[in-house]
Design a protein around this ligand. Structure first.
Ligand SMILES: NC(=O)c1ccc[n+]([C@@H]2O[C@H](COP(=O)([O-])OP(=O)(O)OC[C@H]3O[C@@H](n4cnc5c(N)ncnc54)[C@H](OP(=O)(O)O)[C@@H]3O)[C@@H](O)[C@H]2O)c1
Length: 304
């Protein structure tokens, strides 16, 4: 009863920051990974409402088309399309990028949103541990392949959806793929720390290109992300009142994608639509550079 009475206040507190920018995106192209559900779908909806051409990059095209249809019914004249992208397969990422560059060519907003959390030990098609492979390496390769389009379209923005969980992670260079020991929670945290370090190093390398990159923590959001963990699913169900809705969770990504005052802000971390602190291990340039080199080696790319 007490919780029920307090519910509106709890919800107001849990909702967090709101993106108040009214910026329009007519003529701009935005690409969002993992956009068929959760935070990604709401981010796509917001960008479509602002007039952008929105590309939903999804591993399951059918689910992507359902999300696109929903966006079209909510936004008259929405320019939304679905393209297949499996972040757990570098072949799929390369095929996606090749087709994208051939058919779309310009890209003003890239939102690296798709992700997995606390899944049982699994490997990607290329043999990478799943969290590292999807959440970090998949987006690392995608960004590398699309960077030319982002530079051509500048000013452009990259948003990396990380998490507060990066605070609990460290990069286990000696056992990056958790072959020695595996803890699904730590594997998730490592991948989210990798997102923050990637953002830091990429921002440094993009100086002068008018392409910004920032990472975000969306808040704790009611979504399917916890599907692999029974414990987390129960906790999320019990405390759902304290969690953000996906729409609320999308606010910080939207803010970083459109806010006029962020035009030249890069290499930062945001939460609730304001700058947020980064864990000490996420501020280490040496680790960021080493992770960059290791990622390039794993993916067989030369990104100087
Ligand atoms: N929810 C939270 O509390 C929270 C907190 C902090 C950070 N985040 C981050 O926010 C982002 C979005 O999470 P969410 O809460 O919206 O979760 P979600 O509802 O589970 O959405 C995740 C999206 O990623 C996609 N995805 C998973 N594996 C993929 C792959 N191999 N290739 C392409 N797409 C793939 C999923 O596709 P399918 O539908 O096909 O599985 C889905 O579209 C994630 O990066 C997550 O780490 C979430």
């Amino acid at each position: 009863l007490i919780l029920r009475l307090m519910s509106p206040h709890i919800r107001k507190y849990a909702a967090g920051g709101v993106c108040t920018s009214t910026a329009r995106l007519d003529g701009k192209t935005a690409l969002i990974t993992g956009a068929n559900t959760g935070i990604g779908k709401e981010t796509a909806l917001d960008l479509a409402l602002r007039g952008a051409r929105v590309i939903l990059a999804c591993r399951d095209v059918e689910k992507g088309e359902e999300a696109a249809a929903e966006i079209r019914t909510r936004v008259g004249g929405a320019q939304v399309e679905v393209r297949e992208l499996d972040l757990a397969d570098t072949y799929s990422i390369r095929a996606f990028a090749q087709k994208f560059l051939r058919e779309v060519s310009h890209l003003h907003i890239l939102i690296n949103n798709g992700g997995v959390m606390m899944c049982p030990y699994m490997k990607t098609a290329d043999g990478f541990e799943m969290h590292l492979g999807v959440n970090h390496l998949g987006h690392f390769l995608l960004t590398f392949l699309l960077l030319g389009a982002l530079k051509r379209s500048a000013p452009s923005r990259i948003i990396v959806v990380s998490s507060l969980a990066h605070y609990f992670g460290w990069i286990r260079f000696h056992d990056l793929h958790s072959q020695g020991s595996y803890n699904s929670g730590l594997a998730y945290c490592q991948s989210k720390l990798a997102n923050v370090l990637f953002t830091r190093e990429l921002a440094r390398r993009l100086t002068g290109w008018n392409v910004t990159v920032n990472s975000v923590h969306p808040g704790t959001v009611r979504s399917d992300l916890v599907r692999h963990s029974t414990l987390m699913s129960i906790m999320f169900a019990l405390f759902s009142m304290f969690l953000k809705t996906p729409k609320e969770g999308a606010q910080t990504s939207n803010y970083c994608a459109v806010a006029e005052e962020l035009e030249s802000i890069t290499g930062k971390h945001f939460s609730d639509c304001v700058p947020a602190s980064v864990a000490p291990q996420g501020r280490c340039d040496e680790t960021a550079r080493k992770l960059w080199e290791v990622s390039c080696d794993l993916l067989g790319i030369n990104w100087n």
